[in-house]
Design a protein around this ligand. Structure first.
Ligand SMILES: [Zn+2]
Length: 319
């Protein structure tokens, strides 16, 4: 009698174990896609990067408010859903004020929009500070401006040789190189002199985002064009104060009018790289030391810091 009752009970028990095991596997290793609501791949790629950024996700998940008008609330709901299955982004689109889902938009713009809408506690890991200092030819400081940043925009010059690639490392270093400007008035010299502007990273963000400015206004055609040159992205980036390690790349293929965004992200759970292409998520091999890719923005997390060292100006070549 008992032998007749036992099998279904045992089966049910096994099913439960399998289900729990699968849920655990889903939570740890499997990632889910986001439905493209029309042409919303720009938003999906950004949301997946935010979801896969451990500190950001945890900060969003710690949000306790029930106010449905906040971005924190909707991101928390989205992340919860994304942990178990493919999901849509209708509420996020709504809170971002995106009415026309078929319009092509800029991923970097919506990355910044989301960060400016969430509470400062949630967005703080992405925030850095820059200081621009202007000095006259005698070395007198004539102006100092400081300001926060979410992304550092790197200009991509058109390589004259089509086989040449743009180096993110060089572009990053160039960003902090001082530049000479035309004659500016100095109070202490009491005259106009050639001045130099130096840029320094006053506060290093935990997550550094570099935006590759592929879309530039072309005065010949009087329209925006895309620079399609290959980009060399280093896996590590060293500054005076800390080392950064690459963990996310947002790609853009196609032209300004018709293109597609995807994201390649390194999981902090299993340390594998995944491609997030709207609904489709797959694991990829990302072992090369230097990448030659058509990427649009790259993200680095701080792998080590040297904060104890006295602050050193990255741009010492002052005239
Ligand atoms: Zn002066």
């Amino acid at each position: 009698m008992s032998s007749k009752e036992n099998p279904p009970k045992k089966k049910g028990c096994d099913k439960g174990i399998v289900k729990r095991f699968k849920m655990r596997l889903d939570l740890i290793f499997d990632y889910n896609g986001l439905v493209n609501q029309g042409a919303t791949c720009y938003l999906n790629s950004v949301l997946q990067v935010l979801f896969m950024t451990k500190d950001f996700r945890e900060a969003v998940e710690s949000h306790c408010g029930q106010d449905q008008k906040t971005a924190d609330f909707h991101l928390k709901s989205l992340f919860k859903a994304l942990k178990t299955s493919e999901t849509h982004t209708k509420d996020i689109l709504s809170i971002l004020g995106i009415g026309n889902v078929y319009e092509q938009r800029d991923a970097a713009e919506y990355f910044e929009n989301i960060l400016s809408m969430v509470t400062p506690y949630v967005s703080q890991i992405f925030k850095g500070h820059l200081r621009h200092t202007m000095r006259c030819s005698e070395g007198h400081v004539t102006s100092v401006e400081t300001g926060p940043f979410w992304t550092l925009p790197l200009s991509i010059e058109n390589p004259s040789d089509s086989n040449k690639t743009y180096s993110v490392r060089d572009g990053f270093e160039k960003f902090f190189k001082s530049s000479t400007v035309s004659e500016m008035y100095c109070d202490q010299c009491n005259e106009k002199t050639y001045s130099t502007i130096a840029c320094k990273m006053e506060h290093h963000p935990e997550i550094l985002t570099l935006l590759l400015k592929r879309f530039e206004f072309d005065y010949h055609s009087m329209s925006y064009t895309k620079n399609d040159c290959c980009v060399e992205v280093p896996h590590t980036l060293r500054t005076k104060n800390c080392d950064y390690e690459l963990y996310a790349v947002v790609d853009h293929v196609g032209s300004l009018r018709g293109g597609h965004y995807t994201a390649r992200i390194k999981s902090y759970d299993d340390h594998n790289w995944y491609v997030f292409d709207d609904s489709y998520v797959r694991q990829v091999c990302f072992l090369s030391i230097e990448l030659n890719i058509d990427c649009f923005s790259v993200k680095y997390y701080v792998s080590s810091k040297y904060i104890k060292t006295p602050p050193i100006d990255l741009t010492l070549n002052i005239l």
